[in-house]
Design a protein around this ligand. Structure first.
Ligand code: ADP
Ligand code: MG
Length: 593
């Protein structure tokens, strides 16, 4: 006979593999149990990333001696009695097998006492069975100690990773629980040193401060709460000023359960579109509350993944909440830095399109923003200023300055001191962003210079045929071009700010885009090509690396940048500035550890 029934213990060890792959899985089950037991204080201690030792001390309700003696047996649970209760269950665990699994692959000690009793019980287990029972004096709550993980399953032990890897998993999990349970005091120790001590807090942002370090904690905003269709989204996230190369700072909770779901992550990053370059990620802790009936949490044995009945609804809610939050954040910042008395706060501190041809609607609008109009557009050193600065207004801006300009480095970077630290600004990237955003805003309202003698450009007939239907595109940006022959174009006007720029390049590039994007449907084509044109014009008109700038011009550029949308990256996604906090520097110079 070849088929044999496995011994009970062996079968359990195999089953345990489903739940227990690594120390962090144990930690998860233990913290869930403590929370289910109503604990308000949870101290977790691990050694060697949890491979050697895991202990959790909680002040929850504890277990009666009878319960304690069976809690580690398979399918023992105080949480449900029938399968029907699964659907609406609010507690974490419900399989009634976590402790059983853990006990079958590690040595376990459980100490527990309920409130109204004097004595507690201590049980030591090996191979899933009680080895020792002791009556002990102890505090109310439960302490579970786990040592020698996989001591009896060498095949699994081999798969444990380096201590740092296992430790990182534990930390991530710990953070997730701490972010999701603000009223609980969490402590995490590693190799006898306290790593996190997080007393209860009111706000998620406070919890983030307890768990994360600068610069992340300097750039956290509360999420603007979103409520619609039975979906509520709340939490906190980092603003555009913070970015990391991994998704490790992103936590989602669905109905108070930490979940991993890549679609939620992409919904989040979509909210950052245009403000974070691709491949960079924010940090966020986002709580999603939905009707429990619209979500399936049992798609994965460890219950880490989740399926929504209608994922699109949830995803668009997240994107919307993130966008709104970032926009609000920006306008708050704007009010703070511009600090102008009259409402409404104008979006720009200078007018890029000042001169004679400015159409009336804009001028009307400007009357509403008297304090900050008419500051000259940043000019390169060699170009004449377009306009006089009224002294009054100059003062106004100077008074609201929140930085000290130190100098220009390598004719490319502006160095400045701010409250938060030392800033290095890429003059080209910054100016590019400023112009790009303005072109979007003042679309169609460009001050132009009419050329006395139209500038003529010769191209192939084929290219001109291709471009002719799209010459309208240029008009929107104040570039007037007409076909003047089979292979000739005549440029009749250019925007004031663009007058010294090589228009030929822009035209040949546009022909390239028409070829490349021609297959798109007209709406997409139009959108993409205007965007490209806008980025290209911004790039061409912006000051370049290597341009010497006057102090006044540099200040103008910095003032403008402060009040520009998406100002942390250029239109191509490069950062416009970097900051070194005093803290960073002090660490570098070893003044501080
Ligand atoms: P489940 O959590 O699915 O019920 P577990 O195997 O994780 O299954 O736990 C079994 C039972 O042991 C729980 O239902 C609970 O009654 C009890 N228990 C486990 N941990 C604790 C704890 N920290 N405090 C109080 N009771 C606990
Ligand atoms: Mg459990």
């Amino acid at each position: 006979m070849k088929i044999k029934k496995l011994a009970r213990q062996e079968a359990q060890k195999i089953a345990a593999g489903e739940v227990v792959e690594r120390p962090a899985n144990i930690v998860k089950e233990l913290i869930e149990n403590s929370l289910d037991a109503g604990a308000r204080h949870i101290m977790l201690s691990v050694k060697q990333g949890g491979k050697k030792y895991i202990r959790i001390v909680d002040n929850g309700g504890g277990m009666s001696p009878e319960d304690a003696k069976i809690c580690f047996e398979r399918h023992t649970t105080s949480k449900i009695k029938t399968i029907d209760q699964l659907q609406n269950i609010n507690t974490f665990g419900f399989r009634g097998e976590a402790l059983a699994s853990i006990c079958s692959v590690a040595k376990v000690t459980i100490t527990t006492k309920q409130k109204d009793t004097l004595e507690g019980l201590e049980l030591s287990l090996e191979n899933g069975a009680i080895e020792k029972t002791k009556i002990v004096g102890t505090q109310t709550g439960t302490t579970i100690t786990i040592t020698d993980l996989f001591y009896n399953v060498p095949a699994r032990k081999k798969f444990l990773k380096a201590t740092t890897t296992e430790w990182n998993h534990v930390v991530t999990l710990f953070k997730a629980f701490a972010l999701d349970n603000l009223a609980v005091h969490f402590i995490l120790e590693h190799d006898d040193a306290t790593v996190y001590n997080c007393p209860p807090v009111q706000q998620i942002t406070e919890r983030i401060t307890q768990l994360f370090q600068e610069p992340l904690t300097n750039h956290v905003a509360s999420l603007t709460t979103f409520e619609k269709d039975d979906i509520t989204i709340s939490g906190a996230l980092t603003t555009q000023q913070y970015a990391r190369y991994d998704r490790g700072g992103i936590f989602f909770f669905v109905n108070n359960r930490w979940v991993k779901n890549y679609r939620l992550i992409s919904a989040l990053t979509k909210g950052y579109l245009n403000v974070l370059p691709s491949g960079r990620y924010p940090a966020a802790a986002i709580a999603i509350t939905v009707n429990p009936k619209t979500v399936d949490i049992n798609v994965h044995p460890k219950k880490e993944e989740i399926q929504f009945l209608n994922p699109r609804l949830v995803e668009s809610a997240i994107t919307a909440a993130v966008k709104t939050t970032l926009e609000n954040q920006l306008s708050k910042h704007l009010k703070r830095t511009v600090n102008l008395a009259p409402e409404p706060v104008a979006p720009f501190s200078s007018d890029p399109f000042p001169l004679p041809f400015t159409p009336t609607p804009l001028q009307k609008e400007e009357k509403k923003e008297p304090k900050i109009q008419n500051i000259p557009f940043p000019q390169k050193e060699e170009q004449p200023q377009q306009q006089e600065v009224p002294k009054e207004e100059n003062k106004q801006i100077a008074a609201s300055k929140n930085y000290t300009l130190l100098s220009q480095y390598k004719k490319t970077y502006l160095l400045l001191e701010k409250e938060e630290g030392l800033f290095i600004v890429d003059q080209h990237a910054a100016h590019e962003r400023i112009l790009y955003e303005r072109f979007a805003d003042r679309f169609n309202q460009v001050a132009v210079v009419r050329l006395l003698f139209p500038h003529s450009i010769t191209l192939s007939t084929g290219d001109i045929d291709l471009l002719e239907p799209h010459l309208e595109l240029f008009h929107k940006y104040g570039i007037e071009i007409e076909r003047s022959g089979k292979d000739q174009l005549a440029v009749k006007a250019t925007p004031v700010f663009f007058k010294n720029q090589p228009i030929n390049d822009l035209i040949t590039q546009t022909i390239g885009w028409v070829k490349e994007l021609g297959a798109l449907d007209p709406q997409d084509f139009y959108k993409k090509i205007t965007e490209k044109l806008r980025a290209q014009m911004a790039c061409k008109a912006a000051v370049k690396a290597g341009d010497v700038l006057t102090t006044k011009t540099m200040e103008q550029l910095l003032d403008d940048l402060e009040t520009t949308n998406n100002r942390f990256t250029c239109p191509h996604g490069r950062p416009t500035s970097w900051m070194f906090s005093l803290n960073d520097l002090e660490r570098k110079f070893k003044r501080k550890l």
